[in-house]
Design a protein around this ligand. Structure first.
Ligand code: ZN
Length: 164
């Protein structure tokens, strides 16, 4: 079952993005580190359509597009219904503050968890900063490459593979 969170229109062509996002949603690397990581990404994926820095004042959602298959509970691993998740996403989002990542009581086992603590397959994350590469044609990043990004950005990162 596929759920299209915000891509309701039918796509005639598909594109892929790789997003590099700090693990801590509020974290924004220094401009120097961000620029160095951008240059590293450009060397890594010279054929990419576009590689850019995405930065915002408030926490936003970096989704995996149509790669999303399941959402589950971090405690009991129960499947979380998309209707529940969509309502929680709307409730958590504030026009002036972005995503607040408040804790919600989950419908499965009543544990409390914020939306960034849920288990998304494929991975998707929340943050204020991302390096975004359109059609980088790299496949999955190796552990070495991920470590290089972490060293350059001076923080732990998550990788989002977005397909639209
Ligand atoms: Zn649960």
């Amino acid at each position: 079952m596929r759920f299209l969170y915000k891509y309701a229109k039918v796509q005639t062509m598909s594109d892929n993005w790789i997003l590099i996002v700090p693990k801590l949603p509020e974290q924004v690397p220094s401009p120097e580190n961000a620029q160095a990581a951008l240059e590293f990404f450009k060397e890594l994926a010279p054929g990419a359509d576009e590689i850019e820095i995405v930065q915002s004042e408030h926490v936003q959602f970096f989704d995996c597009g149509t790669n999303l298959e399941t959402i589950s509970c971090p405690r009991c691993s129960a499947h979380i219904e998309l209707d529940w998740w969509g309502a929680a996403m709307s409730s958590d989002y504030d026009e002036s503050e972005g995503f607040r990542l408040s804790e919600f009581q989950l419908p499965c086992c009543s544990t409390f968890a914020s939306l960034d603590a849920l288990v998304y397959e494929f991975h998707q994350v929340f943050g204020r900063f991302a390096l975004s590469a359109m059609n980088p044609n790299l496949g999955l990043l190796s552990d070495d490459t991920i470590r290089s990004f972490e060293t350059t950005l001076a923080c732990d990162i998550s990788v989002v593979y977005q397909h639209i």
